[in-house]
Design a protein around this ligand. Structure first.
Ligand SMILES: Cc1cc2nc3c(=O)[nH]c(=O)nc-3n(C[C@H](O)[C@H](O)[C@H](O)COP(=O)(O)O)c2cc1C
Length: 215
C-alpha cells in the first residue's frame, strides 16, 4: 500500500436536486423529517446515523456516530451511555453539533444546539423496544472505559444474559436518551460547479429566521 496517497483527482459533480428558499419548509425540523423520508425511500444505508460532535471542558472537540431514534417537535433524540466519553463532555458543556449526510442524495444537514436528557419514561420505553441482546449489551458495557480484552467483555455479557433469562430486562440508570434542542439548522444540497445550495435557519426570539448562504 502506498504510504502517500493522492486524492486530488477524486471528484464528483453534484447535480440531482436543488434547494430553494421558496420550497424549503419554514419549520426546519419538518424539513429534516422530509429529507429523512427521502433518504429512506432512496434506500440510503444507515440513513438515521448522525455524527455528533462534543467539546468538553478542555476545549478538545470529539466526534462519533449515533443513531437518531426520535425526531420530536422539541428536537432530535439519541440514546447512549450516560457515563461515556461523549456524556462526560456533555456534562461539562451541553453545546453540541450533529451532522446528517446522505451521499446518495448529495445532501447534508448541520444541526447546532444544546442537549438535555430525555425523561426516564422515554428512555425506559425505547430501552424495552430494543432486542434482548442489545439490552444486555447496554447493561454490561462501561462505554468508553478501557477493557482488558474481548473475551472478558463476552463473558460479562453471557453472565448478565443468564441472569435475566426470560425476565423483563431493567434499563440501567447509566443508559438513556438525550435530546438535541437546535438553535441553528443548515440544509445543504450539492449543485453543479460547486455552486451548492445552503439554507440556514437560526432561532432568534423563538422564531426561525431563514437565510441563504454562499456555498
Ligand atoms: C452507524 C453507527 C451508529 C452508532 N450509534 C450509536 C448510538 O446510537 N449510541 C451510541 O452510544 N453509540 C453509537 N455508535 C457508537 C459510537 O459511534 C461510539 O463509538 C460510542 O458511542 C462511544 O463514543 P464516546 O466514547 O465518544 O462516548 C454508533 C456507531 C456507528 C458507526
Amino acid at each position: 500500500m502506498e504510504q502517500n496517497m493522492d486524492f486530488s483527482t477524486v471528484r464528483n459533480e453534484y447535480q440531482q436536486m436543488a434547494l430553494d428558499e421558496n420550497t424549503v419548509l419554514k419549520e426546519p425540523l419538518k424539513q429534516i423529517a422530509l429529507w429523512l423520508e427521502d433518504a429512506h425511500k432512496a434506500g440510503c444505508l444507515e440513513y438515521t446515523a448522525m455524527s455528533l460532535a462534543t467539546v468538553g471542558a478542555n476545549g478538545q472537540p470529539s466526534v462519533r456516530k449515533v443513531l437518531l431514534k426520535y425526531l420530536m417537535a422539541e428536537g432530535l433524540c439519541f440514546f447512549t451511555n450516560y457515563e461515556s466519553r461523549k456524556a462526560i463532555a456533555i456534562d461539562e458543556n451541553p453545546k453540541v453539533a450533529a451532522l446528517l449526510f446522505w451521499p446518495e442524495l448529495e445532501r447534508q444537514v448541520n444541526i447546532e444546539g444544546e442537549v438535555v436528557k430525555v425523561s426516564a419514561e422515554i428512555s425506559d420505553a425505547y430501552f424495552h423496544e430494543r432486542p434482548f441482546d442489545s439490552q444486555i449489551s447496554a447493561r454490561v458495557s462501561n462505554q468508553s472505559s478501557f477493557a482488558p480484552d474481548r473475551k472478558s467483555i463476552e463473558q460479562r455479557w453471557k453472565t448478565e444474559a443468564a441472569q435475566w433469562g426470560n425476565k423483563l430486562v431493567e434499563r440501567p440508570s447509566y443508559w438513556g436518551g438525550y435530546q438535541i434542542v437546535p438553535q441553528r439548522i443548515e440544509f445543504w444540497q450539492g449543485r453543479p460547479h460547486r455552486l451548492h445550495d445552503r439554507i440556514v435557519f437560526q432561532l432568534i426570539d423563538n422564531k426561525w429566521n431563514m437565510q441563504r448562504l454562499y456555498p
